[in-house]
Design a protein around this ligand. Sequence first.
Ligand SMILES: C[S@@+](CC[C@H](N)C(=O)[O-])C[C@H]1O[C@@H](n2cnc3c(N)ncnc32)[C@H](O)[C@@H]1O
Length: 219
Amino acid sequence: MSALNLQPLGVAVLAGGVALALVLIAWRLASRRRSLPCPVWLRWLVELDNPFTKTNRAAFIVETLAVKPGMTVLDAGCGPGRLTVPLARSVGPSGRVVAVDVQSGMLQRAKDKTQATGLTNVEFVAAGLGDGVLPESHFDRAVLVTVLGEIPDRTAALGELFAALKPGGVLAIVEVIFDPHFQSRGTVTQLASSAGFREAAFFGHSWAYVLHVEKPDTA
Ligand SMILES: C[S@@+](CC[C@H](N)C(=O)[O-])C[C@H]1O[C@@H](n2cnc3c(N)ncnc32)[C@H](O)[C@@H]1O
């Protein structure tokens, strides 16, 4: 391919990148006024395992959470199922994953992906976190990956997640600065400790991190 042919391609890629950046900036500004869920048409972007942030990769999140065969795991705000499938593989046929999302378009994509892999150990629930639909003391592990900032009532949502975990159960909260709804470590720590959680582990840095919070054994 000659340099002349590359030029229009380069301009198109640049224009696409600028357009995407503008959408993300507008979305971040809008999110400050009102909690808006990630639009379903952007699910292709959510599905990408970001090569620049290790702590946001599905494999890293599942591995550091020590998800084992036979466990019951909650994928809270599962989106298009980026973590649902690896979680279901890790718990195996004797375990179970419950994937919850407030948007049916996201849940449908997660369902289609799960079915395509032949996994039968996933249950899909259409609900908002904080609505009080989750069973109590039921889950060994839970993940909340780039979801917290989209939830209108974060206190209610974390309270429900706390109640839904078994004593000793661990919730992984993942945040990354590229997300228009990014939540700082300080904010997340404060919300989680108000719900009754105690910090168990931290991976990454202030702009991209995985925070493990545990429901105390005595709770
Ligand atoms: C940025 S996506 C992340 C999806 C997935 N966790 C991942 O990392 O690939 C955020 C998801 O949270 C969902 N969500 C937003 N508010 C929610 C709520 N109150 N309850 C349940 N899901 C919610 C959105 O519909 C969206 O699918």
